[in-house]
Design a protein around this ligand. Structure first.
Ligand SMILES: Nc1ncnc2c1ncn2[C@@H]1O[C@H](COP(=O)(O)OP(=O)(O)OP(=O)(O)O)[C@@H](O)[C@H]1O
Ligand SMILES: [Mg+2]
Length: 281
């Protein structure tokens, strides 16, 4: 669905994206992960035809992005970091207006509002919407014309846990409907849960690209951490696969002297820190 080959781009006279290549298959949820300023939004802008001054190739649904025609936007839906809604119009009026810009028929507005719990607020002006309500409205705006490819820039940022769950379920539902989704997120748990594959972008370069599971497995084995008290509190750990070889652990288990015990699997957060050399801010 998307093929990027030898992509080169710079905002200034210094090259920012240098020879980037990757592809995204139809029906895939593909995540761009990486620290602030890494180039995730820049990449989305290139793929959505907003930046056309790149070299190399970025082909989306058979169309070279920089050579796109207006009909290009009939097939892509964009929910970027900053919401683009008319404050003085109600949610419903916004959706009606943006829907009227497409040549093809749009989805049922009431159904979309209902899917994100905004049905009773559909006639409220956007200026009276909360931050989370704006985010969800901006998201359904991207679904209006039932696009084949969705670009989501930090879709769950600023949402409460319930709304974040609703949003993630809707993203998964779009995948089930055969849509391709490209998303950026700073939330590694969301990325693990949602993405079929993720690309770690650091300073305009793809540093790692694989399924979250493969990346996590490459990091190594899970460990068991336990604490016990023999006059003073102690902590020890051993690999999960070698618990029976840990004589101290066996002894403590037999004598019921374990105070706490838990396994700790590597997460995408660990991979983030390893690949980018820094923690999430
Ligand atoms: N219009 C612009 N002109 C010049 N430099 C820009 C412009 N837009 C972005 N940049 C620079 O390009 C780099 C990448 O920015 P980008 O917005 O793609 O980062 P990001 O990975 O999306 O970060 P975040 O996680 O904070 O959203 C940054 O150094 C930024 O300052
Ligand atoms: Mg960004």
């Amino acid at each position: 669905m998307i093929t990027v080959e030898n992509l080169v781009f710079s905002y200034t006279n210094k090259t920012f994206i240098e020879n980037m290549s990757f592809h995204v298959a139809k029906g895939e949820i593909f995540g761009f992960l990486g620290p602030s300023g890494a180039g995730k939004t820049t990449l989305q802008k290139i793929l959505t035809g907003l930046i056309v001054t790149y070299q190399g190739s970025a082909v989306l649904n058979g169309i070279e992005c920089k050579a796109h025609k207006p009909s290009f936007y009939e097939n892509i839906g964009v929910d970027f970091e900053y919401s683009t809604l008319y404050e003085k119009l109600s949610a419903r009026q916004n959706l009606q207006f943006f829907g009227s810009l497409y040549a093809k028929p749009i989805r049922n507005i009431d159904g979309l509002l209902e899917s994100v719990g905004l049905k009773n607020d559909g006639d409220k002006k956007v200026s009276d919407y909360s931050k989370g309500m704006r985010s969800t409205l901006n998201f359904i705006k991207a679904l209006l014309h039932d696009p084949a490819i969705l670009f989501l820039d930090e879709p769950t940022s600023g949402l409460d846990p319930t709304n974040s769950r609703i949003m993630k379920d809707l993203i998964l539902h779009e995948k089930e409907r055969g849509k391709t989704v490209l998303l950026t997120t700073h939330n590694m748990q969301d990325a693990t849960e949602l993405c079929d594959r993720v690309a770690f972008i650091v300073e305009g370069e793809v540093k790692a690209l694989d399924t979250p599971h493969n990346l996590i497995m490459r990091k190594g084995a899970a460990t068991v951490k336990y604490t016990f008290n023999d006059g003073a509190e102690h902590t020890a750990e051993c690999p999960l696969t070698q618990t029976s070889e840990d004589s101290l652990l066996m002894q403590l288990l037999k004598s019921n002297r374990i105070r706490s015990i838990h396994s700790s699997e590597p997460t995408l957060n660990d991979i983030f820190m390893e690949v980018t050399g820094r923690t999430l801010k």
